[in-house]
Design a protein around this ligand. Sequence first.
Ligand SMILES: Cc1cc2nc3c(=O)[nH]c(=O)nc-3n(C[C@H](O)[C@H](O)[C@H](O)COP(=O)(O)OP(=O)(O)OC[C@H]3O[C@@H](n4cnc5c(N)ncnc54)[C@H](O)[C@@H]3O)c2cc1C
Length: 486
Amino acid sequence: MNIAIIGSGIGGLSSAIRLVKKGHSVDIFERNDTYGGKLGHLKLNKFSFDTGPSLLTMPHLIDELFQMHNENPRDYYNYKKKDIHCKYFWDDKTKFTAYSDKDKYIDEASSKFSFGKDSLIKYFSRSKKKYDLINQLFLYKPINKISTYLNFDTLKALLNLKLFQLFSSLDQVNKNDVGNSYMVQVLNRYATYNGSSPYLTPGIMTIIQHLENHFGTHVCDGGMRQIPASMYDLCCKIGVKFHFNKGVESIVVKDKKATGIMLKNKFLKFDRVISNVDVNITYKKLLNDKTYLPNKNNMSSSALIFFWGINREFKDLDLHNILFSNDYKEEFKNIFDRNDLSSDPTIYINITSKDIKNVSPKGCENWFVMINSPKDIGQDWDKLKTTLRENIIEKINRNLGVNIQDHIVEERVFTPKDISVNTNSYLGSLYGESSNGIFSPLKRHQNFSRSIKNLYFCGGTVHPGGGIPLCIMSSKIVSDLIEKSN
Ligand SMILES: Cc1cc2nc3c(=O)[nH]c(=O)nc-3n(C[C@H](O)[C@H](O)[C@H](O)COP(=O)(O)OP(=O)(O)OC[C@H]3O[C@@H](n4cnc5c(N)ncnc54)[C@H](O)[C@@H]3O)c2cc1C
């Protein structure tokens, strides 16, 4: 079959790789002049930055894409496992290092926060059980298809329904099962991995920390940008045709069937069309569907990112660092209820020069400083980013005992509006709809269209969700669905 993929994000690239393996001819249309979507890249003089994801988990899912074509992934990209997941800092000078070695992690937590190890051991094992139960049932299969649920895995999951802690929030589960307030804040943060609030997302989301603590965090030799770059190289090798600077205007539908795409008033016919574009934009712009109503109030968070070239090194910091807010609950209320920023936000500092060569001059560091932010509903971002900059500089100074302003030699800022424009993401949300609410994971858009035959969806805004691993899982679901449709 001839298949068109609109968008060359992780979902689009991985779908192409799978579909070529199944014998199809694939064309990717990308409105930008390069591949990768949210996995972008920025250069500020001698400093280099990834502009999107910074955390790599489950890299074996990427490796599989190469292995299915009998290629050695190590010929394309390489990564190493980190010994330290993240360093956490609080304003009261408490510090916690999250080690990848589970015993070391538990020792550090119990000694730093003076609590018994048993609760954390039980918490980890319960999260693993949850993940094992839903992994095959839910993550690699289409939702809204009865066949997904008619099997032994569903029965097992139903028999263990209580284990999923669906009717408590992640925060309630963490407070109840672990208790210690510092540890609860560390475990609550995982809700942000899919742009949600720990006070609204259900307790089943303890599986997110499992992905990190079980599979580890990794760092790519060439930075995160190396991931789409290596997938692009593989695509070229196996014959995927790329069309850059070709924004698709619409998906053509005849007799309730997708028949191709429109490019600058030119119709191109295809047997199947896959949209890797944000699903809300797909309906509103590419299908011009006036009846489609995005769930605007439940969109995931966005981000305000400061890219700073720093003219010195900080020995106390690692690749991933968190400076926690003093009022975490208030921070999420601001993001999701008031569409505003906190005056004391949690600050994420990612410094790839800690692990990667040639991304900053000698003796310097490249800081990617990210603040979780509300979606873009037309706020005055110039004003907000100026105030935010003052607040975060003050907090960094307090925590690190420096005047960081004196060390910033390069700067660029991305607001939620920029993210929306650069990647064509609805309201600048990083992960499509959030997982706030008990049934929200089940309410994500499915990977196929119910009303338009031959139209499919992949990527972070549809099932099973946002983030690199889940986008790759969506490509498996789409390629399986297309195979069955043939
Ligand atoms: C700041 C930030 C931090 C993040 N942190 C992490 C992290 O640490 N770990 C993690 O796993 N995930 C993270 N994510 C989420 C992750 O980046 C996304 O879930 C994932 O990259 C989305 O991929 P996708 O396949 O949905 O495509 P996208 O990356 O959304 O790409 C869609 C592509 O479609 C193209 N396109 C749009 N409209 C058209 C059109 N009309 N015609 C042709 N092409 C079009 C776009 O240009 C783009 O290239 C982060 C995201 C951001 C922005």
